[in-house]
Design a protein around this ligand. Structure first.
Ligand code: 5GP
Ligand code: MG
Ligand code: MG
Length: 189
């Protein structure tokens, strides 16, 4: 492909360094340790973007918990939500009467998070909360609470540490802002 072979071709600037991300995980881990003490929560990673955050976050949580995964897709062209949700991979755990913590890379419009929270509530969970690394609050269109988050971000497309561009670059150790001309090129196709 023409774009993206070299990461410098697609990233405008770094937004969060490895150290920034580590500090967010430590802070959130402490909060969750306090709030989930003795609750044995089910921690649900939202595939695929939350995988990197999930593994670092849970290792900062000093509470017994179970892990599960869900893959719910709302993105049409990869940049803007299609508005329709599709469950690609469902949970394997029975969430009835359990305390559930959904871990996400980023909450944007809130459509995906609202869908997951509602679905888990309907299955009889005792509580459903979420922890997102990033909170793009200005773009929220659904009424959903982001119970815990690492940082707010503005209306820009971010990549790295789980967050993808065309399903690639999730393995960047930092989080960067995608160049606007790269987005324009793909959106206008
Ligand atoms: P929402 O349903 O809240 O609009 O979108 C949620 C999902 O869209 C996120 O879990 C994430 O996968 C994707 N998304 C939203 N904003 C960004 C972004 O800035 N960068 C990347 N890579 N993905 C995003
Ligand atoms: Mg996601
Ligand atoms: Mg994506």
């Amino acid at each position: 492909m023409a774009d993206g072979d070299n990461i410098n071709d697609i990233i405008d600037h770094k937004l969060f360094t490895e150290e920034d991300i580590h500090n967010m995980c430590v802070r959130l881990g402490k909060e969750l340790t306090k709030d989930y003490a003795c609750k044995k929560p089910i921690v649900v990673g939202a595939l695929k973007g939350a995988v990197y955050f999930l593994t670092d976050l849970t290792r900062q949580m000093d509470v017994a918990h179970q892990l599960d995964f869900i893959d719910v897709s709302s993105y049409g062209d990869g940049f803007e939500s299609s508005g329709k949700i599709k469950v690609i991979t469902d949970l394997s755990a029975d969430v009835k009467d359990r305390d559930v913590l959904i871990v996400e890379d980023i909450v944007d419009t809130g459509l995906t998070m609202k869908y997951m929270k509602d679905m888990i509530h309907e299955r009889g969970a005792n509580s459903v909360k979420c922890c997102a690394l990033l909170n793009k609050e200005a773009r929220r269109s659904k009424d959903v609470t982001v119970d815990y988050y690492g940082s707010k971000v503005g209306d820009e497309f971010v990549v790295g540490y789980g967050l993808d561009f065309l399903n690639m670059y999730r393995n960047l150790q930092y989080i960067g802002v995608l160049k606007s001309e790269v987005i324009q090129k793909y959106v206008n196709k």
